[in-house]
Design a protein around this ligand. Structure first.
Ligand code: CTP
Length: 408
């Protein structure tokens, strides 16, 4: 019994696939899990409250303003008492409401009020699924950390063919089990990791900016690796062309000052990794109007220093993460410059890499790095950025484990 003692709140939306949710309830209970249910008004068109109640062995919650439902268990409590919230079938309407944060019925209010992980099993007509509006909502939901199961591809009840069928109940069950068994067993479970990535764009006027060649590949790879290791990850990204990593909360910013503000708002964290290539300078007084070509010649652009995000956080009096990691991109005297940077900025570790044109790493998929921890230097061979990210996350997990043992 792989779900012994686990509580699942199942929200059943109004789609023909709702009949499969009855099977899901049975499958969860067979594994020892407890299922409480919310049935939307549209859901009652496809399955009856009586069949849901009989199979779950519990009252079926249906109405936000029902006096009996609210006195038995308030909607806030209902949303928090479960270990996991599963929406199956997740209709286009329910997904749109959740993506927008609407709360105009019991199901949507519960999704907004919950502090638990949410899984959704979408089910809808293929055109509805492929519609840009639904795909926008899917992207929003993923960004908010909601897990999607399916949809499957195949013949649909409406006679069309393509993606949109709800995943099979047993497939949903396996994801439920994996999600609920994951936390304790992964190396960074329960840890919050904040990562900066990509370049910053510093405006000159509304149409021009100062930028650099950072691709964000390394920072994004670290975010993915940390999420895979079970951490809650907040990725603060400058403008990049990369997709948002799945299961990671991504905050998009343009310039250095916005990046610092987003990092401060994301704290507290157990680890902060500063991978972004932050512009050292910004234009002192960026114009609100486009600078016109003057006869007097090119304009004089005055620069002023940007805040150093890494140094600010590493030297913060409150909420300094226990492990602060910086990056040092150097073109010569790599180790010496990186060590000086670590001491000056007061971070715990620094990951140094050689970005001289001869190294060929800038913007590429590979990296040769040295990890400086105090006076200890570990030099890693040329590796894919994904492998560098995984190796770094491994070292972080080991360090956190050691420090938690030391504190016991
Ligand atoms: N960094 C930062 N905020 C800045 C500048 C840099 O958070 N305004 C961080 C980077 O994310 C990286 C580290 O500091 O982790 C090193 O950045 P780098 O630009 O190499 O350091 P600088 O202090 O700017 O040194 P220099 O440009 O002289 O090499």
């Amino acid at each position: 019994m792989r779900l012994e003692g686990k509580k699942i709140l199942l929200i059943i939306g109004g789609g023909i696939a709702a009949y499969k949710s009855l099977e899901l309830i049975r499958a969860i209970r067979k594994e020892g899990g407890e299922v409480k249910t919310i049935l939307t008004k549209a859901g009652t068109e496809f399955v009856t409250p009586l069949s849901v109640a009989s199979l779950s062995g519990h009252h079926v919650y249906q109405d936000l303003f029902s006096l009996t439902d609210e006195t038995e268990m308030g909607h806030i409590e209902l949303s928090r008492s479960a270990d996991l919230v599963v929406v199956a079938p997740a209709t286009a309407d329910l997904m749109a409401k959740a993506a927008q944060g609407l709360a105009n019925d019991l199901a949507s209010t519960t999704l907004l009020a919950t502090d638990k992980r949410v899984l959704m099993a979408p089910a809808m007509n293929v055109r509805m699924w492929l519609h840009p509006a639904t795909q926008r909502n899917v992207a929003c939901l993923k960004q908010d950390g909601i897990g999607l199961i399916g949809p499957d591809e195949g013949a649909m009840a409406c006679g069309e063919f393509g993606p949109g069928r709800m995943a099979e109940p047993l497939a949903i069950l396996e994801v439920v089990i994996a999600t609920l068994s994951a936390p304790a067993s992964l190396p960074l479970s329960g840890k919050h990791v904040v990562i900066t990535s990509g370049p910053t764009h510093e405006p000159i006027d509304p149409v021009r900016y100062i930028a650099n060649r950072s691709s964000g590949k390394q920072g994004h790879a670290i975010a993915r690796a940390a999420a895979k290791a079970g951490a809650r990850v907040t990725l603060i990204s400058g403008p990049v062309t990369l997709p948002d990593p799945e299961g990671v909360q991504v905050i998009h910013v343009e310039d250095a000052r916005a990046m610092l503000q987003a990092v401060e708002q994301a704290l507290p964290a157990d680890v902060a990794i500063f991978c972004a290539a932050v512009a050292d300078w910004r234009v002192a007084s960026a114009g609100t109007q486009k600078i016109k070509k003057e006869k007097a010649g090119p304009p004089h652009i005055e620069l002023t220093e940007n805040p150093d995000i890494l140094a600010t956080i590493a030297q913060a009096k409150t909420h300094r993460p226990p492990l602060v990691i910086g990056f040092a991109a150097e073109t010569e005297h790599v180790l010496a410059h990186a060590q000086a940077k670590r001491i000056k900025k007061q971070c715990d570790w620094i990951v140094a890499n050689d970005v001289s044109p001869a190294s060929g790493v800038m913007g590429g998929d590979q990296n040769t790095v040295h990890l400086l921890r105090g006076e200890t230097v570990s030099s890693w061979p040329l590796m894919d950025k994904t492998a560098v990210a995984e190796a770094l996350v491994h070292e972080i997990a080991l360090a956190l484990k050691t420090s938690s043992h030391e504190n016991q």
